[in-house]
Design a protein. Structure first.
Length: 446
């Protein structure tokens, strides 16, 4: 597998400044723009996302912060509105019509999300507030029940804080030991490190599917197989993978898979944990309250069947309904079509960003998504982001909840442009023009 240097410090002259004429707004609206293969009607897809046609600071919005949160199509917005206007009631407990409709919408969403995860058993989908809560659920419920002092959990140095801090808290409670797989200079996991770190005491390997900073797509099947061979369970953080690929959890072979709605065209505050049913059956409840019980006496209670055992209290019903519609929307677009458009964007962006002198791109060239972390000369990433924002370009700057990874590269922050299937090739030009402007504003690059 080809691998570029971790820091791609390009040597070629940029030409970006010369071509940095400010595009007319109409040019940037992508009207009538179709993808290279012609089958993907980008203008039609973009028209389904109302926010994409707004202006920011007098410029058409170029939304390149999709790794943080994606936008929602009309279909999702309309479904949530219909639920709120016409069907709102509490789920599971009423016999009246509205409650029946709300319950059908809620459980229908579970089917859609299960299908997105590639499972035929909707009971294996537990709705949570997002990836963060899904990982916390496993760390609290499974971790407190099955992990003891001296047990080991193998993580990696590229984990989002959401797949690190819950395990640190578990280590504080139980005395278990956390071990960390290294990241190569090229931005990949050092797979040999797994073999060094996996041992008799390893109980769990928890690892991200796709890095939110580097874009690296990790070989989860191989990682899962190595973990299982050592007798450990596996948790995959799918927050950055589920938006881009219909996840076949069976193919990954993992035991737990966590993902968020708001990164895959759905609402915020909702996500899912997929887990093998037998694991969910043997895990104790995560939180206590209504909905998660079967029978309650003053002396004690018994639990509802999975997945309800893990869904205490009134859930985020409208969020779940929107999540389900987002999963259906992605399924209708088709994962191959999404992947092919994103792949074209990724290759074009890699080439264009690679031409900019002084721009250092982090992460591998192959086996990656269209998430680009970079530094540009000695311009602070926050300054870069501010300048780009003045041109209507939304990117992220900071540590991206990856502080240990930033430390690994000796950085405090990077700028991050992250693309989704509704982004256009023209927005790559707009980004490059914005970077050229930043170079002008900040003078000579280091
Ligand atoms: N893991 C990864 C890899 C992420 O990118 C994110 C979101 N940035 C999370 C976990 C946390 O997701 P959420 O905030 O939706 O819980």
């Amino acid at each position: 597998m080809a691998e570029t240097a971790g820091m791609t410090d390009t040597k070629r002259a940029t030409g970006v400044l010369a071509s940095s004429g400010h595009p007319e707004a109409a040019d940037r609206r992508d009207a009538g723009e179709a993808s290279a293969d012609g089958a993907w009607d980008l203008a039609e897809i973009r028209a389904q996302f109302p926010v994409l046609s707004r202006e920011v600071n007098g410029h058409p919005l170029a939304y390149l912060d999709n790794a943080a949160s994606s936008q929602q199509p009309l279909r999702v917005l309309n479904r949530v509105e219909r639920y709120l206007r016409q069907q709102h009631a509490n789920v599971h407990r009423g016999v009246h019509q509205l409650s029946a409709e709300a319950t059908a919408a809620y459980e229908g969403a579970r089917h859609a999300v299960a299908s997105h995860a590639g499972t035929t058993d909707p009971a294996e989908i537990v709705f949570t507030r997002g990836t963060t809560e899904a990982v916390n659920l496993v760390a609290s419920s499974w971790g407190d029940a099955f992990i003891g002092a001296g047990d080991e959990i193998v993580l990696t140095k590229m984990e989002h804080h959401s797949n690190l801090v819950p395990w640190q808290l578990l280590a504080g409670r139980t005395g278990c030991v956390l071990r960390f797989v290294d990241v190569t200079p090229g931005g990949r996991l050092d797979l040999d490190d797994f073999d060094r770190l996996l041992g008799k005491r390893t109980r769990l390997v928890a690892c991200t599917h796709v890095s939110n900073s580097l874009g690296t797509v990790n070989p989860v099947r191989e990682i899962v197989d190595r973990a299982h061979a050592a007798g450990a369970l596996t948790l995959i953080d799918g927050a950055q993978a589920a938006p881009h690929m219909l996840t076949d959890v069976a193919k990954t072979g993992c035991d737990f898979y966590a993902f968020s709605s708001h990164k895959m065209c759905g609402p915020t505050g909702v996500g899912a944990l997929w887990a093998r049913r037998e694991l969910l059956e043997e895990m104790p409840p995560y939180q206590g309250g209504g909905e998660m019980i079967s029978d309650v006496k003053l002396e004690g209670s018994s639990w509802a069947r999975v997945p309800h055992k893990f869904e205490a209290g009134t859930p985020n019903i409208s969020g779940v309904v929107g999540f389900g519609e987002a999963a259906r929307f992605l399924a209708d677009l088709g994962s191959e079509a999404i992947a092919s458009h994103e792949d074209a964007l990724k290759c074009a962006a890699l080439d264009r960003l690679g031409e900019i002198e002084g721009l250092r791109l982090y992460g591998p060239r192959e086996e990656r998504t269209a998430v680009f972390s970079f530094t540009y000369g000695d311009i602070h990433p926050h300054d870069l982001s501010t300048i780009l924002d003045q041109r209507g370009i939304a990117i992220r700057a900071g540590h991206h909840c990856n502080q240990p990874l930033m430390d690994h590269y000796g950085l405090s922050a990077t700028a991050r442009a992250s693309f989704y299937f509704y982004n256009s090739p023209r927005e790559i030009d707009v980004l490059c023009d914005g970077l050229a402007l930043a170079a002008e504003v900040f003078g000579g690059l280091a």
